[in-house]
Design a protein around this ligand. Structure first.
Ligand SMILES: [Zn+2]
Length: 303
C-alpha cells in the first residue's frame, strides 16, 4: 500500500471545493481532463489508456454521472460518458459494460463487444463484476458509488481488466478471479501485472455488520497476513477496509506490492468529488472506471 503517485485531481483541489471555476476559453472536456483520476504507474505502460471519472458539480444535469439506471437521466449520462471519454483519450462508442450483480463472474470481451452497454439501450456484455480483454478497440468500464474499482494491466500481452469490488465481491475474491482469468485467457504472469485501485469507500466510513466480518475472517490468512488486517473494531461494530482487503487478495494472486497503486480518496469523505451511496443515498450518480488497449504489440516500461 504505497501510494505510487495516483494523480490528485486537478490543480488547487481542496476537500471543500465543490463548484467549477471555468476560466474563459476552458472547455468542459478540459475541465474533466483535470478531474479524471489516473495512476502514474499505469500511465507508464505504453499502449494502454485509463481513467476514473468523478463527480463534478455543475457538469451536466447530474454532476458528471455516467450511470443509466433509473432514476438517472440516461441521455445526460451518455453525454457525460462522451465528454469523460474524450478527456481520457478514449472513444465512448467503444465502451463495454456489464450488469453488475456483486458476484464473482469475470467476463471476457472481444472486438464484437465494443459498444455493448455504451449508449442507452445498447445492452451489455453480460452479468458479472469484472471484464477482461486483450483486444484493442474495446473500452472496458465498471460503474461505482463507494464500491472499489480495480484496473489491471498485463504490459506484456498487453491485456487489461476492470473490476467492481464491493464487500460481497471482495469477500468472494473477485479480484483474484480476475487475475486468474487473465492468466487462463492470455497467459498473463501475475508478477508482471500492474494494478490501480481507484477511489472507494474508506474504513473511516465503512461500518459493516457481523456477516461481513465473519465472511471475510473465514479466510484466516490472506497472502501470509492475518485477514484481521482489513478489519477494525469500533465502539458500535467494525469497519472493513476494502483497499487493504483487495491489496491482500491481489498479493495472494501473485501481484507484487510494488505494482499496486492505491488512490487515497474515500468516496464518502470526499463526496464533492465522488458519488457515494452511503454519503448521498441510493439515487446518487455513478462514476466509471475505464481502461482500454490503444495500440497492439509488446509494450515495455514496467520492470
Ligand atoms: Zn471516509
Amino acid at each position: 500500500m504505497t501510494g505510487l503517485g495516483s494523480t490528485a485531481i486537478g490543480p488547487g483541489r481542496t476537500a471543500a471545493d465543490g463548484g467549477l471555476d471555468l476560466e474563459q476559453g476552458t472547455s468542459p472536456v478540459d475541465v474533466l481532463a483535470t478531474r479524471l483520476a489516473r495512476s502514474e504507474l499505469l500511465r507508464q505502460v505504453p499502449g494502454v489508456a485509463h481513467g476514473v471519472t468523478g463527480r463534478v458539480p455543475s457538469m451536466g444535469t447530474a454532476e458528471g454521472n455516467v450511470g443509466y439506471s433509473p432514476p438517472r437521466d440516461a441521455a445526460d449520462a451518455w453525454g457525460m460518458r462522451r465528454r469523460w471519454c474524450q478527456a481520457a483519450g478514449l472513444n465512448a462508442d467503444l465502451l463495454a459494460t456489464v450488469g453488475q450483480v456483486h458476484g464473482v463472474e469475470v467476463l471476457q470481451a472481444d472486438g464484437k463487444d465494443a459498444g455493448r452497454g455504451a449508449r442507452p439501450g445498447s445492452g451489455r456484455v453480460g452479468l458479472g463484476d469484472a471484464l477482461i480483454t486483450d483486444q484493442p478497440g474495446v473500452v472496458l468500464m465498471t460503474l461505482h458509488a463507494d464500491c472499489l474499482p480495480v484496473l489491471l494491466v498485463d504490459p506484456d500481452r498487453p491485456a487489461v481488466a476492470a473490476v467492481h469490488a464491493g464487500w460481497r465481491g471482495t469477500v468472494a475474491g473477485i479480484v483474484g478471479r480476475a487475475v486468474r482469468a487473465m492468466t487462463d485467457a492470455f497467459g498473463s504472469h501475475p508478477g508482471r501485472l500492474v494494478a490501480f485501485m481507484g477511489p472507494g469507500i474508506g474504513p473511516c466510513c465503512y461500518e459493516v455488520g457481523p456477516e461481513v466480518v465473519g465472511a471475510w475472517m473465514e479466510r484466516g490468512e490472506v497472502a501470509g497476513t492475518d485477514a484481521r488486517w482489513a478489519i477494525r473494531a469500533t465502539t458500535t461494530g467494525a469497519t472493513f477496509d476494502l483497499k487493504r482487503a483487495n491489496t491482500l487478495l491481489l498479493r495472494e494472486a501473485g501481484v507484487v506490492e510494488e505494482h499496486i497503486d492505491v488512490h487515497p480518496d474515500c468516496t464518502r469523505c470526499q463526496g464533492n468529488h465522488w458519488f457515494s451511496h452511503r454519503g448521498q443515498g441510493a439515487d446518487t450518480g455513478r462514476f466509471g472506471a475505464m481502461i482500454s488497449i490503444t495500440a497492439s504489440g509488446t509494450s515495455r516500461g514496467i520492470s
